[in-house]
Structure formats: C-alpha cells, structure tokens
Design a protein around this ligand. Sequence first.
Ligand SMILES: Cc1ncc(COP(=O)(O)O)c(C=O)c1O
Length: 434
Amino acid sequence: MDSRLIMHRTSKVEWQESPVMVRGEGVWLYDEKGRRYLDLTAGNTRPVHIGYGREEVARAAYEQMVRLTYMTPMQYRNEPSLALAKKLGEIAPGKIEWFTFVCDGSEAVEAAIKLARHYNYFNGEKRRYKIISRRGAYHGVTNGALRALGSVLPMRHMMEPLGPGVIFAESPYCFRCPLHLSYPACDLACARDIERLIEFEDPEQISVFLGEPIQQAFGAYAPPKEYWPLVAEICRNYGILLIDDEVICGFGRTGKWFGIEHFQVEPDLMTMAKGISSGYLPLGAVGCTEEVVGPIETFYHLHTYANHPVSCAAALKNLEIMERERLVERSRKMGEFFLDALKELEEHGLVGEARGTGLWLALDLTADKKTRSPLPQERISRIVRRARDKGVIIRAMGSALEFAPALTIGEEEIEEGVRIVKEVLEEEEKRGRS
Ligand SMILES: Cc1ncc(COP(=O)(O)O)c(C=O)c1O
C-alpha cells in the first residue's frame, strides 16, 4: 500500500513496509494480508490490558457519545469523569484521592509536574522548579516529559535546548550497575547519592522526584526492595514531592493494581495512562493527595479534551472488566508462569537474565555471559523481526527483549510465544557463530 503516513519512532524505510493491522481479538492481531500474530506486547506500547475486541467497552463509549459527546473541563463537570475519579480513589494506593484526566501518559507527566509546581507556588515556595529524574528513565515526549527523559537520547538531544532544571540520578540497574557496584554490598549507593545531588543543587530549588516504580529502559527492571523507601524518605526530608509514574506499571501490569505497591511507599502524585482505558480510547490521568491539592486555589491548566466524558466512560467499563475477571490477580499468576518459561532460556548462550514482575517481563541479552556486555542493537532488532516473521510480536528494550501481553493471556499462548522466542534465539546464535 502506498503510504503517506508519518510513523513514530520508525525508520523511514519501514514507512512503506510495516504491517497494516486490521483486526484484533484477545491477544491476537490480524494484518491486511490475513496473517495472524500472537501479540506479546499488548499493542507494542503495551496498553491493551483487557485484550482486543471487547464490545462492552465499545458499547459504553457509544452510549456516552450519544448521551453527552463532549464537555469542557473548565467550569463544568461531567458524570463519567466524576465517577472515574471516585473509582480511582478506591483503588489508588496511599492517600492519592484527587484526579484529573488528560489524553495520554506524556500529558499526565506534564500535568503532574505542573500540579507540583502549583503546590510549591501556592505554598510560597516559588524557587522550587527543578526535577530529579534518572538516567534510563522514560517519561514521554512533551516538553517537561522530554526533559526528564534519560533514555532514547536522540529524542531529547534533537529537541535541545529544552527548559533547564532537570537533574539526573543514576538508576537502580543492578544487572549492569552504572556505579560498578553490586547489591547488597553497595548499600544502595544509587539511592543514597540522590541526597548528595539534592545538596549540590540546593534543596530549596527542587520541586519533584519523578520515577517509574519498575523501569522500562533496561527491560522491565525492578529495583531492590529497599530502593523506593529510601528515595521516599530522602524526598520527604527535603520537602520534595514524589511523582510515581505508573503509565506502564499501573492497572495490573505488574500483578498489583499499581507498581509502587510492591515497595510500600506512598507517593504524593501519580501519573497513569495505557491500562486505564486499555487503549480503547486515549486517556491519561494524574492523581494526588489532599495535601498537594490543599493549597492550590486554581489549577492553571486546560486541554480541550481533558476530563473527556467518552474516554472516562470507556475507562470505567475497562476497570469493571478488570475487576470482574480478576485480571490483576491473573497478571500475577500468568506472570509467574511466563517467568518460569523464560527462566528455562537462561541456559541459552545469548541470554544474560530472565526477569519480570507480573506480566511485564524481559530477557536481557548478552554477547558475553561473563562480562554481560549487551548484545549489539542490530542483533536484537533482527531477533524481534524474525519473531514477527514467525507470527509473534515482541519488542526490543535496551539490551533486552520485552514482553507485556494483555492480562488475559493463557498458558498455551505463553508457551507458543516462548517456543518461537527460543527458536529465533537459536537461529541468531548460530548466525553469530558462522
Ligand atoms: C513511564 C512512562 N511515562 C510516560 C510515558 C508516556 O506516555 P504516552 O506515550 O502515552 O505519552 C510512557 C510511555 O511509554 C511511559 O512508559
């Protein structure tokens, strides 16, 4: 098909070649040529938690469209956004109880940073503007989110100069520790160093610490259990707000409603998207505590499509399905099954480590098992392409292969996916040897 479509983060040569997807059902996708794919990525960017093709969600959106298509987030409220805010208050961790809705994860990050700045402003702390993010972080593509982006560097570098004020701490990536230490002898040096950064940057100028509970960039990487409590304590001591970016982890991806629940930490703000609506309609959200919203007289923010009634109605139906089918619990159980299957591949010459939390998993690939040097990108891309040729969609993430299927996936589908992954790894290893 001759295409005039500009694709995102896809090399131009692929604009004419990449598959045209026409239909989805459960964890299966079909392209225009009738080829079937097992999607182990829930739509490649991982939002489709409840699987493709749920008529119930379409019906909820349809009914809301007919009833009230649209209403501004300014000076008027609408029923679905009120109901969704109430629902999220029931499932969000800690004291997160106020919510606002935007269109995606990047906008949620942007709005969370702004909400935090409003809190600082109305509290008379107008000098607080800096953001602590981490090398290896991913928080999206709008200005504030892009600034706080410590991976996919071409994205950030091409748009520079961006606004000042982002400080990058090291990430807790123990498999290839950026500080060349090993856990637990390191005594969490990557977290403790944040205090030194804060002192250096002037604590009174720092507004927020922004982080994903489990990080995307290294391949679904969970930090040691002490990491988040330590970071939260440091932030609290300096009056710095903690933004928990749940855009991927949220809504059951990691076997709990939210990723931060694995670490017994209560954030001040949370960002959400993806699984909130399972991708049926665009939606992002920011949650915060009463303490954060308390001093704010007006939130000086306005998107035409914020608090959108149709997206919120679809999200409500999505959450209803997740609860009815106990998909959070299923994510935990199927995640264990998936991880066991991936662990069997650890014997393989190219596999450094199999890891995962719930249905967010990765195989970290190495060129050398002893030094753990990452497998070159072109080899990882070839593995991903070969898997797709064989009908299985996976994605590359740093030096890893990443898996994040719909939470509805079954054992047979996992087994089939892992069998194909094993096959392409073997082919790639042979190729490397020849
Ligand atoms: C942790 C995190 N934050 C923010 C974003 C940006 O979300 P979106 O792509 O919906 O703008 C992403 C996207 O993957 C993400 O993983």
